[in-house]
Design a protein around this ligand. Structure first.
Ligand code: BGC
Length: 835
């Protein structure tokens, strides 16, 4: 038996992450046993055991919270032993976690330079002994990078993360042991505006400032034979101006190493922000480096690099031009008529300018990012080559969980595009898009994509941070949820149906995928606050601006209206019901009886009102749109389900395609008969998912027609080529085509339904899904003679098998193979082999 994947608060060996109490999880594999009989978890501080559960039946591998009084800045080691139901035993290796400063007072104080922008804070100090354990606790606003003796303190970028700084500022803990040395050492903290001093909103006038100047705080603690040595930010630090002359997330950066350098003594400051707290954000890193596919010469004579993939990040390249040479890169997503185009970025300049100083250097931006596939080069010498440039793919560094490979190349590319859109938009915040003057944590987009996101990557820690920020915003708005989180705008706007409901949907999605009660407990306040806000409104539909079934195609011909035709009051009742029901279920799991009862009552009221106001006595829906049908069916709100299903089928057939927007699309295929669902999934004409694949998309588009058949933007006012909302269809591919659906009665894949959908048009499907219990493998291969299926159920999990021939069975951990006769098979009976 192997016991691996040890995690604390869903992170691997976390250093300085926020936790009330540690929550432990692990995965068991390579065993004859099917289930855990009992487990024993022991936690040590140095030689001292601080907690030993003893062999206990209650320890949950999906999340065991132990009541340990954690000390600040302390390393804990832990291991777990597991007994299987067949009597075998396994023990993990040692793993560790280390606390940050927690509530401890700071010796370091906030400091800044004299200018407000992009300075570098610096400190030289000497260690008289060899350094032992060395940790720095550090943060900076807007964004910072710490260098130690000229080398980066960490491979993380965009620190300290993007969040509601008015409420809290995240602290990073880095191990500086390998970078420090006996004798003289030097710290440098480079600063840029990020979202703190720069605008983070599509309306320039809304640009909210968390802090009007850049500043940093740090505390370095080094253990040496002669005792602890502390270097903290104070007035002994100095500052100098930076080669980064301009930096903003939308416009990009301008660097000039030749610019005159100003220097001075650092000043104490008190930024108007929230308190420092240990971090929640998983690291953002360069997760992949790729070489451009080509250096093109466009019909307009432009030199343009093609990365071959729409991505988020930037280019890195060597420079050595003569002093004063200006190199400029402009980032864009698309070539129109073969020429560089960045019209769809609106006011975002998305540029990088470099003034050469005659030295050989490596150029890359520090405090911005771009969403791009193409880069226009200006000012570069003739002889440059594509290989001189490196595309740095930047993303929150999350573990991949699912992968699907089918026999259908177009579908494979679509799934790949969804993955790229998640990568490109999971940049500490789940953003709508990475390129134009927005890049914000739009709650609706995040909500509709959450299920897909969890199938593709381990998102537990990522969404924990998002939910924490959301709760901070909710506390400012009496429970209401703003359009975007963090909300860096002046006057509050929020409460949009299907957007604000991110407060309930995301926690519940995490519960389904990860089965860790501590996450649900942490997020119940988000859920409850939102449900209560809705309940307190006389007329929710009219008190806020709603986005409706955003970008649906059912609006009248020629209309530029974006909210679709599904009535907002209808959507409000559906989502009020949905959020109240999810909150009731979450409260039930957590034993919060009062909340459960209240939310059930509210849900029941919304159901009655919806059925009263929006269905005829015969059971016909009065709002006749695909999305209205999909929502009512999915939420079990139809008074006559059969009838509503018929209506949905009729509506799809009448238009000949989907017409759904952001709210209807995620559940559309699930509510259609399989045959029709597959037809829509595999359709290549506009509008469909494969239309964009056929037109060469490498990420998911914002609109069904972001590009028209001739390859031109359908409009440039709001049109991103990297917007994951419609990528929510990938969840259906996991749930139905590959057949793996978590069951809410035993979440975290303790129980899942396996109901794969073998189909001749797709030929085969192979899905590997790393669940928190281990890997589920689902495979099928279709031929006219025979359909072969394979399922692998991990330790601790059970599958409700639903075969296409109607067979149903319940299976524990193990490998199962089935053979069913194809339509042209000679013998009729399917056989089964179990391993
Ligand atoms: C964003 C969307 C977002 C929407 C709200 C857009 O500008 O890009 O994805 O959800 O506004 O209507």
């Amino acid at each position: 038996m192997k016991v691996t994947h040890l995690r604390v608060v869903h992170l691997r060996e976390p250093l300085g992450f926020q936790m009330e109490q540690p929550v432990f999880s692990w995965v068991v594999s390579d065993t004859v046993s099917q289930k855990q009989e009992k487990a024993q978890l022991a936690v040590f501080r140095g030689e001292q055991c601080v907690y030993d559960t003893g062999p206990a039946e209650v320890l949950d591998s999906l999340g065991t919270e132990l009541p340990i009084r954690l000390l600040p800045r302390t390393r804990y080691a832990w291991r777990v032993r597991v007994w299987g139901d067949e009597g075998d035993v396994g023990e993990s290796e040692w793993s560790f976690f280390e606390t940050g400063k927690r509530d401890e007072a700071w010796q370091g104080r906030w400091i800044r330079g004299e200018g407000t922008e992009n300075g570098i804070l610096e400190k030289t100090f000497s260690l008289s002994e060899e350094p032992g354990k060395a940790r720095v606790y550090v943060s900076g606003l807007g964004l910072y990078r710490l260098f130690v003796n000229g080398r980066a303190a960490s491979d993380e970028v965009l620190t300290p993360g993007l969040n509601a700084y008015d409420r809290w500022v995240q602290v990073q803990t880095f191990d500086l042991g390998p970078l420090l040395r006996k004798g003289e050492n030097r710290l440098e903290i480079w600063l840029g505006g990020g979202i703190s001093r720069g605008r983070f909103s599509f309306t320039p006038a809304d640009g909210y400032t968390y802090c009007p100047y850049d500043c940093a705080v740090a505390e370095l603690r080094v253990e040496t034979a002669a005792g602890e040595y502390v270097v903290a930010t104070d007035e002994s630090w100095t500052w100098r101006s930076s080669p980064i002359l301009e930096s903003s997330i939308y416009n990009g950066e301008k660097w000039d190493w030749g610019a005159p350098v100003k220097r001075g003594k650092a000043l104490f400051c008190q930024p108007p922000t929230g308190p420092l707290r240990d971090r929640l954000s998983p690291p953002v890193r360069i997760v992949e480096e790729r070489k451009p596919r080509a250096l093109l010469r466009t019909p307009r004579g432009e030199r343009v690099l093609d990365l071959g993939q729409n991505m988020t990040g930037w280019l890195r390249f060597p420079v050595s031009g003569p002093r004063g040479t200006v190199l400029k890169l402009s980032y864009g997503e698309h070539l129109e008529d073969g020429c560089f185009s960045r019209e769809n970025l609106r006011t975002a300049e998305a540029a990088f300018t470099w003034v050469c100083d005659g030295e050989a250097r490596i150029a890359e931006p520090f405090f911005t990012w771009y969403g791009f596939r193409y880069v226009l080069l200006e000012g570069f010498p003739e002889e440059i080559r594509a290989e001189d440039f490196t595309g740095c793919v930047v993303s929150s560094d999350l573990e991949e969980s699912g992968r699907i490979e089918t026999g259908h190349p177009g579908l494979n590319r679509l799934l790949e595009n969804v993955r790229w859109s998640q990568r490109g938009n999971f940049l500490d915040v789940p953003t709508d898009c990475p390129q134009r003057d927005e890049r914000e944590g739009w709650t609706g987009d995040a909500q509709v994509f959450a299920d897909t996101a969890c199938f593709q990557m381990d998102c537990a820690a990522f969404y924990t941070k998002y939910a924490a920020d959301m709760l901070e915003e909710q506390e400012k708005a009496r429970g209401c949820v703003p359009y975007v989180v963090p909300f860096a705008r002046h006057s509050f706007e929020g409460g949009a149906v299907g957007w604000a409901d991110a407060a309930t949907v995301i926690p519940w999605t995490l519960w389904l995928h990860y089965g860790d009660k501590s996450l649900l407990r942490r997020m119940l306040p988000n859920m409850r606050a939102w449900v209560e806000w809705v309940a307190s409104q006389e007329d929710w539909p009219s008190v806020c601006r709603h986005f409706g079934d955003w970008l649906a195609l059912d609006r009248p011909e020629g209309s530029t209206e974006r909210v679709g035709r599904t009535d907002v009051p209808f959507l409000c009742l559906c989502y009020a019901f949905y959020s109240a029901s999810l909150t009731a279920k979450a409260a039930a799991v957590l034993g919060e009886r009062e909340t459960e009862a209240r939310c059930r009552r509210l849900a029941e009221e919304y159901r009655k009102k919806l059925q009263n106001d929006w269905f005829s006595v015969r059971g016909d829906v009065l709002c006749r749109t695909q999305t209205a049908c999909v929502l009512a069916l999915h939420l079990g709100l139809a008074p006559d389900e059969e009838r509503l299903r018929r209506t949905l089928g009729e509506l799809v057939r009448a238009s000949g395609h989907l017409t759904t927007g952001f709210l209807g699309t995620p559940w559309l295929l699930e509510e259609l008969p399989d045959e029709l669902a597959l037809e829509l999934l595999l359709r290549e004409e506009y509008p469909s998912w494969l239309y964009e694949v056929r037109l060469g998309a490498t990420t998911v588009w914002e609109r069904w027609n972001s590009l028209t058949e001739d390859g031109r933007f359908s409009e440039t006012g709001m049109n991103s080529l990297n917007h994951y909302a419609y990528g929510s269809v990938a969840a259906w591919v996991y749930r139905r085509l590959c057949g793996i659906a978590p069951e809410e009665t035993a979440p975290g894949f303790r129980l899942f339904t396996w109901s794969p959908l073998p189909d001749p048009r797709i030929g085969s499907a192979r899905c590997r899904l790393k669940t928190p219990l281990g890997e589920i493998v689902s495979e099928w291969e279709y031929s006219e003679q025979e359909i072969r299926l394979r399922l692998s159920v991990p330790f601790g999990s059970e599958a409700l098998v639903r075969l296409p021939d109607g067979r149903r069975e319940r299976r524990g951990a193990g490998e199962y193979r089935y053979r069913l006769p194809g339509p042209e098979a000679s013998d009729e009976t399917g056989e089964e082999e179990a391993e």
